[in-house]
Design a protein around this ligand. Sequence first.
Ligand SMILES: Cc1cc2nc3c(=O)[nH]c(=O)nc-3n(C[C@H](O)[C@H](O)[C@H](O)COP(=O)(O)OP(=O)(O)OC[C@H]3O[C@@H](n4cnc5c(N)ncnc54)[C@H](O)[C@@H]3O)c2cc1C
Length: 279
Amino acid sequence: MFGKSKSPTVAIIGAGFGGLSAAITLQNAGIQDFTLFEASTRVGGTWWDNQYPGCEVDVPSHMYSFPFKRHDWTRTHAKQAELHAYLEETVVDYGLAPKIRLGVPVERAVWDESTHAWTLSLGHGETFVCHILISAVGFLNVPQYPSWPGLELFEGPKFHTARWEHQHDLAGRTVAIVGTGSSATQIVPTIAPIVKHLHLFQREPGWVLPKGDHDLTPRRAQEMAQPAALPLGADQGLLVDRARSSGAATSGSPARGSTRSARPPPSPTSTRSSPIVRI
Ligand SMILES: Cc1cc2nc3c(=O)[nH]c(=O)nc-3n(C[C@H](O)[C@H](O)[C@H](O)COP(=O)(O)OP(=O)(O)OC[C@H]3O[C@@H](n4cnc5c(N)ncnc54)[C@H](O)[C@@H]3O)c2cc1C
């Protein structure tokens, strides 16, 4: 069925956590004939696209890791640079580079019932035929830009958090952030100390918990990297009940402890001195 090699030709779309994991799993299963197509110029997906100040993982780093790639994380919640370096290192460790085609978007995939094969149309007009197609295109990597009337008249820099424009120095500037999702809850406390004025616009208040993020000593990082050491604890700051019973005050900023895509619980009662804070 798969020709002389008796092994399928596989195409994977996307080289974020999902695509790299799929590639390594295939490799471990003895399937070597695979190619990853990545529209961006670097691997990493989410962790390459998002480079805003304060960008870091919302869940404990040791849980947000491949089971096959140990890493002694430097923080309970790793920053974007460390996460991206981890993914780049994974590519090297597993010899994936020759199988990744960067800057090559898959624009179309057509299944041929008679040959039992997919034909992919790639950027630049090329085609690629494969027996198996794995989609790892993610779900948060197409930024949504607002279409507010008059936005085009605003003369200052305006950009999306997922395409951060590093050339703008925010020090001493007046900055407006629209939205209070997980990205905003990371950016706001990071830039608040350096900007002149910071305006945060929200349509709907969200809930945040203190997440207890902090640096790890090398010894603690090693301990945490052991699979058996993963029961959730203070280092990971995840447990809602623990946060509730701790009575710990928040840092005074709304930025810590969010869970990406979490919906607010129904009761609106909270204060800044509670571990659960509505912003
Ligand atoms: C800022 C941010 C923080 C997050 N924090 C957390 C967290 O703390 N915990 C958690 O569990 N999740 C978090 N997420 C969700 C995160 O998206 C997933 O955890 C995970 O990284 C998704 O990996 P992925 O490989 O599925 O997708 P992505 O990382 O989105 O990778 C998909 C890749 O596919 C490529 N691609 C898409 N379409 C095509 C195409 N047609 N042709 C070629 N290439 C294509 C993209 O360029 C991209 O590189 C976060 C998301 C964001 C945006």
